[in-house]
Design a protein around this ligand. Sequence first.
Ligand SMILES: [Zn+2]
Ligand SMILES: [Zn+2]
Length: 256
Amino acid sequence: MMRYDFHIHTEYCGHAPGMTVEVICRRAEELNLETIAITDHIYDNASAGIVEKIRQDLKKAPPKLPVVIGAEVDVDSDFTDGRLAANILKSVDYLIAGFHYVPTVGNYPWKPEHNSLDEPTFMRYWESTLLGIVSNPRIHTLAHPGRLLAAAVGPKVNWSRALKVFKKAAKLSAKNRIAWELNELTGRRLPPEFAEKWHEIYAVALDAGVKLIFGSDSHDPESIGEAEFIETLLAKLPPGSLSTPREILEWKKQIQ
Ligand SMILES: [Zn+2]
Ligand SMILES: [Zn+2]
C-alpha cells in the first residue's frame, strides 16, 4: 500500500465502471492516502471535456484529501515523433503521457500477434516515439515505461538494445524533468519473463537523475493505492528511489 496514488481513471473513459469521482475520493479517504491525482484518458481534443466533468464532480462532493486534476493524454499514433493527441495542458495540473498504440497502425496490442509491424520497423518507431515524448517539457510523467514494448514484442525483445534506448530516453527525461511512473497495472499484465528484470528500466532512470512516481492505474476502486508489484520493484532499487507527488510537481516548476 502506497501513501499516495497518482494515476487513477474514472468511468468517463468508458472502461472503468463504477469509478465515479465520489467513489474514488471515498476510497482514497478510507485508505488514508495523503493525496491522489485523477488522471483519466484523454484520447483527443474532443474528449478533453472529461477534465471539466471531473472538476465539477469534485465541487459537488468535496474530498477530504488533496486531489490533483490531471490527465493521461494519449500519444498520437498517426505519427512516430511522440506528439500528444490532445493539447489540454492549460486545464490540468498534472500531465501523464500514455504510449499505448502501435505507431502508424494505431491499435492497442495485448500480445505480439496484435503488432503487425516487423520487429525492426516497430523498434525504430518505438524509439523515435519514446524519445519524442520525453523531449516535450510540458509532460510531467511518462506513464508505464516499457509496457507497450513488452506487449507488442514479447519474449523476443532484444532487452539490452531496449535498455540502450531507455538510457537515451532517461537522459532527455532528466533534462526535461519528466518523471517515470512505477505503474502497478503494468505489473499485473506483464509477461512473466519481464517481471524479474523490470526494475532495470528504473535503475536506468535513476542513474540519469530521473525521478520516479507511483500510480496504480486503477480502473476499479479496489485497485486504488495497490502496489504489490511495485513494492517488489522498489525492493530491488536503492532506498529512497520513490519521489513524492510534491517533489515531482516542484521539480517540473523549476523549468516551466
Ligand atoms: Zn496508460
Ligand atoms: Zn492509465
